[in-house]
Design a protein around this ligand. Structure first.
Ligand SMILES: C=C1C[C@]23C[C@@]1(O)CC[C@H]2[C@@]12CC[C@H](O)[C@@](C)(C(=O)O1)[C@H]2[C@@H]3C(=O)O
Ligand SMILES: O=C(O)CCC(=O)C(=O)O
Ligand SMILES: [Fe+2]
Length: 327
């Protein structure tokens, strides 16, 4: 028997088939937020893929560039310096370990709280004031974008008031998280036909996630038939994921998208993600306006706090976390 051992550098990190050009998905829905058809396009994309790209988003290029270059600078520091911003939980710098239940990925990251009360100085890590200022400016802009996207969802779904969904992420005490991921190039497996997992497959538990990355590919989404496809990167655009909580609010009409990141063998990927969640006490249940005559909720009642606790306590990244709440 021939046993192929992984190089020690990638020990304990699952391997994936390397993406090939045929995996590149040309069908990612693109929503022009400034166009009259945006609300309808958002709904169609959320129903079909739980995922779409946003252009004409109004976030200044300078706001995106500054935070990206500060992130690159932060991750290029010596390990001991980065560790001073750790540990990752509850918030701070982390590397390789994701969550508490044994998941590992080829990445390092910053997990940051978004403190609504003081958005002007939302994060206290990292220690560098220039990075913090850039992060706070970016987080403020991306949060506004999340609100616009959720307003478009409500309009497209035909529900009132206009902030029926977005109010959940602007409410006092809403639970928002921000994440900066850095996937260094992984040269160890070059030419072997396989790649190391950057971030294993999962759905995001929140309502929506708004992602931007540098020009390095790696993000993949699962289509409804289970096929994994590569999302062409676009550093000028944002990508929106439907999260589990939004799936429940729409009684399954919108589907939370399964996604993962495959590490690149040559280039590093930097991604910045805003996760919009509601306050911990918020009840997560289908919006009555979205339930048809006689239609029942597909889910048992729960609060965001209960869902989050269950997700963090016992789930592995790839688990179907909603399954235990299905009726
Ligand atoms: C394994 C885990 C990591 C995660 C918490 C969890 O127990 C299950 C969900 C994971 C996830 C995915 C989206 C976000 O990156 C994240 C911050 C979140 O809210 O849920 C991560 C969690 C994490 O990295 O701690
Ligand atoms: O880094 C990426 O591109 C995606 C990461 C992700 O899905 C996450 O942090 O939840
Ligand atoms: Fe994710």
């Amino acid at each position: 028997m021939v046993v192929l051992a992984s190089p020690p550098a990638v020990d304990h990190i699952p391997l994936l088939r390397s993406p090939d050009p045929g995996d590149v998905f040309s069908g990612v829905p693109v929503v022009d937020l400034g166009s009259p058809g945006a609300a309808r396009a958002v709904v169609v994309a959320c129903e079909r893929y739980g995922f779409f790209k946003v252009v004409n988003h109004g976030v200044a290029t300078d706001t995106m560039d500054k935070v990206e270059s500060e992130a690159v600078r932060f991750f290029s520091q010596p390990q001991a310096e980065k560790d001073r911003s750790g540990p990752a939980y509850p918030f701070g710098y982390g590397s390789r370990r994701i969550g508490f239940n044994g998941d590992m990925g080829w990445l390092e990251y910053l997990l940051l709280a978004v403190d609504d009360a003081s958005l002007a100085d939302a994060c206290t890590v990292p220690s560098c004031a220039v990075f913090r200022t850039a992060l706070n400016e970016y987080i403020g802009a991306v949060r506004k974008l999340a609100v616009r996207v959720m307003e478009a969802m409500a309009e497209g779904l035909g529900i009132a008031p206009a902030d029926a969904l977005s109010a959940l992420v602007t409410a006092e005490g809403s639970d928002q998280v921000f994440r900066v991921n850095h996937y260094p190039p992984c040269r160890a497996l070059q030419g072997l036909g396989c790649s190391v997992t950057g971030f294993g497959e999962h759905t995001d538990p929140q309502l929506v996630s708004v992602l931007r990355s540098n020009g390095t590919s790696g993000l993949q989404i699962a289509l409804r038939d289970g096929q994994w496809v590569s999302v062409p990167s676009d550093r000028n655009a944002f990508f929106v994921n439907v999260g589990d909580s939004l799936q429940v609010l729409t009684n399954g009409r919108f589907k939370s998208v399964k996604h993962r990141v495959v590490a690149n063998s040559l280039k590093s990927r930097v991604s910045l993600i805003f996760f919009g969640g509601p306050p911990l006490a918020q009840r997560i249940a289908p919006l009555p306006q979205l339930l048809g005559e006689g239609e029942q909720s597909l889910y048992k009642e729960f609060t965001w706090g209960e869902y989050k606790k269950a997700a963090y306590k016992s789930s592995r990244l790839g688990d179907n976390r909603l399954a235990q709440f299905e009726k």
